[in-house]
Design a protein around this ligand. Structure first.
Ligand code: GDP
Ligand code: MG
Length: 162
């Protein structure tokens, strides 16, 4: 059975960009019902001969729900379905209260969590990661989904946990 990797995080951190970079096919829309556009949320991925499935939980949306509820449900689905959870943060904005809210939900799982600090477009000082370490979820992997930085390190970390 293929392992399942769920990508979680508050909106706009770059979950879908990371998802698109990791999956083989770059199709981002799965269904187009008039008036309803649903993001494609499942994709097949492969790294170093290991095959796994990726879920973009940001594509799971609920009608008429407040942000907090939606992100909570996305994180809970990830905790149930996934073998490994990738928690995406935004380097440009730093750690926010919304990130801490996601973290509080994730603290309840015993599944492996990998922190991926995205939008790290230019490599710099290692000190940049200390803020994110305060979550207590381990050392982050610094990545840029749009520039392709750190993706190999992240995938190494993922397949190591699968
Ligand atoms: P999501 O809401 O978490 O799925 O975030 P998206 O993947 O839709 O990305 C939100 C915005 O951030 C888009 O405009 C992306 O192009 C941008 N973005 C994603 N990854 C990066 C990155 O590594 N660097 C920069 N500079 N922008 C990024
Ligand atoms: Mg998205």
């Amino acid at each position: 059975k293929k392992g399942i990797v769920a990508i979680v995080g508050r909106p706009n951190v770059g979950k879908s960009s990371l998802f698109n970079r990791v999956i083989r096919e770059k199709k981002s829309i799965v269904e187009d019902i008039p008036g309803v556009t649903r993001d494609r949320i499942y994709g097949d991925a492969e790294w170093l001969t290991r095959e796994f499935m990726v879920i973009d939980t940001g594509g799971i949306t609920l009608k008429d729900q407040v942000f907090a509820k939606e992100v909570k449900i996305q994180a809970e689905i990830a905790m149930q379905e996934a073998d490994v959870i990738v928690f995406v943060l935004n380097f440009k904005e730093g750690l926010t209260n919304e990130d801490k809210m996601v973290a509080r939900i994730l603290y309840k799982t015993h599944k492996p969590i990998i922190l991926a600090v995205n939008k790290y477009d230019k490599k710099g000082s290692e000190n940049d990661m200390f803020e994110f370490m305060s979550l207590g979820l381990g050392n982050p992997i610094m990545i840029s989904s749009t520039h392709g930085i750190g993706i190999g390190d992240l995938l190494d970390g993922i397949v190591h946990q699968l």
